[in-house]
Design a protein around this ligand. Structure first.
Ligand SMILES: NC(=O)c1ccc[n+]([C@@H]2O[C@H](COP(=O)([O-])OP(=O)(O)OC[C@H]3O[C@@H](n4cnc5c(N)ncnc54)[C@H](O)[C@@H]3O)[C@@H](O)[C@H]2O)c1
Length: 379
């Protein structure tokens, strides 16, 4: 089977066969991936190798996956060189994503990797260049795109049900005032965790909902004295997109009152003929002057979140359309995070093109054009 949309090289997989997987990461979020693979993909994915620096985590997950000692690794370079799998999943902290992904692709494996792409723009570019050089697909998880009300808002925009889109407001707020309340110590101790671990989802969402890439970004970040984070827990950013849509974003990991945490983020889109507010995963409210607010649930989706993305990736490996969040597209969301870090540090507006102009990503929209919006299933 030839991978579509990659002119330089192509590799073959056996369409009908169950795909073998080398998993890098075996606990934390990777534990959720293992659950997902065993519950939703047991007929399509067989894990044949598992890597984690924690021997306890390895031992625990090896039992669930029924793996012997020879399939377990503590070093991802050795794992990538030893295991011949159809693809590699990477679910470890961001600073290791790039070297693990490069090792996997250089050993012939397509990659599906958790967000954010990496910890630096150079590391993200190295990962993307390896995907282009080797011809191995590389996709990045952006699970929040694939929920019913976000898909519905994109349809409202694309079908012009409320005319043209003017601007979008996004709000994320989590009560992470206690140390370790955001899962792991590294999230509380690293610099710019709101941007790397939070905003990378929300900036990607603002691109998705707006239907344009970010052109200019500016804003501020800060750390309230009572924060459980060593570095900025909060920030406020403004964006202008390439299609003229504007966006503003409020992020707060020290929220004490109104929260809009994961899957409960608040988005409001101001259209020519009305306003759309999103709540949770399903609900939309449409406000139009002179009419009662129309509240309804978006059409259901057969798969959402990670399940959607894993299915989409497997289909790509079988010769289907590329994942919409393949690395050549998703690096545009990651560049927004890097631009926000720099804007926060020097107080100056940033042009996103300045971060990407050395990359060959002109084909990115073409690669993903058929998978931007999931076809709804009505109940
Ligand atoms: N998409 C989402 O909704 C979502 C949610 C949570 C986390 N994540 C992402 O998942 C990734 C992992 O986050 P986490 O909270 O599970 O982290 P974690 O600290 O729990 O680490 C996950 C696993 O990686 C292992 N690990 C650490 N360094 C390693 C290395 N060098 N080689 C091999 N194994 C190593 C750890 O021992 C652990 O078992 C991050 O990129 C994070 O942003 C995504």
């Amino acid at each position: 089977m030839i991978f579509k949309n990659r002119s330089k090289q192509s590799i073959k997989t056996d369409k009908a066969a169950v795909k073998t997987c080398l998993m890098i990461g075996s606990s934390g979020m990777a534990g959720q991936w293992i659950k997902n693979f065993t519950e939703n993909f047991s007929d399509r994915i067989k894990v044949v190798g598992l890597c984690d620096v924690s021997r306890d985590a390895l031992a625990q997950s090896a039992k669930t996956l029924n793996l012997g000692e020879d399939a377990l690794f503590t070093d991802f370079n050795k794992a990538c060189a030893s295991v011949k799998a159809d693809f590699c999943s990477i679910v470890i902290p961001p600073k290791f994503h790039s070297s693990a992904a490069i090792a996997a692709m250089e050993n012939g494996m397509p990659v599906i990797c958790e967000k954010p792409i990496a910890d630096t723009l150079d590391a993200a570019k190295a990962m993307m260049h390896t995907s282009q050089k080797t011809g191995r697909p590389c996709t990045i998880i952006q699970n929040y795109r694939y929920v019913p009300n976000k898909q519905e808002l994109v349809r409202i925009r694309q079908e012009r049900r409320l005319g043209r889109l003017q601007y979008i407001v996004g709000r994320y707020a989590s009560d992470y005032r206690g140390h370790l309340s955001w899962g792991k110590a590294w999230r509380h101790d690293m610099d710019f965790s709101l941007l790397y671990e939070g905003c990378v989802h929300h900036f990607d969402m603002l691109r998705f909902l707006a239907g344009g890439d970010c052109e200019t970004l500016m804003g501020f970040g800060w750390n309230p004295e009572w924060s459980s984070f060593k570095h900025f827990s909060s920030g406020s950013y403004l964006m202008r997109m390439t299609n003229g849509v504007h966006a503003s974003y409020e992020g707060n990991s020290s929220a004490a009152g109104i929260t809009n945490s994961w899957n409960q983020e608040y988005y409001r889109a101001e259209f020519e003929e009305g306003t759309v507010e999103l709540a949770g995963r399903d609900q939309l409210t449409i406000h139009q002057i002179g009419e009662k607010p129309k509240i309804y649930n978006a059409p259901k989706m057969p798969y959402f979140g990670h399940v959607y993305l894993i299915d989409e990736f497997l289909n790509w490996l079988d010769g289907g359309s590329a994942s919409a969040t393949h690395i050549e597209d998703n690096i545009k969301s990651f560049a927004m995070v890097i631009a926000a870090i720099e804007a926060t540090s020097d107080g100056q507006p940033k042009q996103i093109a300045d971060y990407l102009n050395d990359l060959d990503i002109s084909n990115a929209a073409e690669i993903s054009k058929s998978t931007l919006v999931h076809n709804p299933v009505t109940t």
